[in-house]
Design a protein around this ligand. Structure first.
Ligand code: CA
Length: 226
């Protein structure tokens, strides 16, 4: 998951990114409308944490352009107390949720996970796929009580395929999600093939991985009907 934190209070921003790093999220930070806009033009973010009062403008302007250009992104507003009208505007403009400052980091994490479950129509954070168990929050894959160690990018690819289960994803979509780079074209992303190969190899030591399918002319999918 790639997270963009747009927050001009440095102490709060530092506190949030330390927490995100501990949870193994990939993140970028911006302190102004200008720097956030520049980052959003270049990269895709799964989650955008958005403070509204920024030194060079209003966070709602960022929200408007996100909803036009990256409408898949989850946006959570981080609002100061008393910002009720702002907050309502934000939700009307398409923000997924808001948190009033001060908020607990554990609550922030829980909100992100809840929105992801809602967005992908899943019930919980733990998935049973074939003989494997994948825990999205603990970022763990196991099979018959054996824990399987995947690199961070490998886990990101696998978990995104699982969230989109039964739906083929292109290499470009996977690349964009995992690396957050909007400039890659489908043909260039054979990184994905290499990672998938390594994931299959690690998993296949424990059980069959037929559910991780190559889809000709498209990319990959996790088929959970098997
Ligand atoms: Ca602020």
């Amino acid at each position: 998951m790639k997270v963009l934190l747009i927050e001009d209070e440095h102490a709060l921003s530092d506190e949030i990114v330390n927490f995100l790093a501990k949870l193994q999220y990939d993140y970028e930070t911006a302190y102004t409308v200008k720097s956030a806009t520049a980052l959003l033009a270049e990269r895709y973010f799964d989650v955008i944490l958005l403070d509204l009062g920024l030194p060079d403008g209003d966070g709602l302007e960022i929200l408007k352009s996100v909803k036009m250009d990256q409408s898949d992104s989850i946006v959570i507003i981080l609002s100061a107390k008393g910002d009720i009208n702002h907050r309502i505007n934000g939700l009307e403009l398409g923000a997924d949720d808001y948190l009033s400052k001060p908020f607990s980091l554990a609550e922030l994490h829980a909100r992100i996970q809840a929105i992801i479950r809602r967005k992908f129509g899943t019930n919980g954070n733990v998935f049973q796929i074939g003989e494997f168990t994948v825990d999205m929050v603990a970022r763990m894959v196991s099979c018959k009580d054996n824990q399987i160690s995947l690199y961070r990018k490998e886990f990101d690819i696998l978990s995104y395929l699982i969230l989109n289960k039964n739906r083929p994803l292109t290499r470009g979509q996977l690349y964009e999600h995992v690396w957050g780079d909007l400039s890659i074209s489908n043909g260039d992303s054979n990184y994905i093939d290499v990672h998938i190969k390594n994931i299959r190899k690690k998993l296949a030591l424990h059980a069959t991985v037929e559910w991780l399918e190559s889809v000709r002319g498209i990319g990959y999918k996790v088929n959970i009907s098997k």
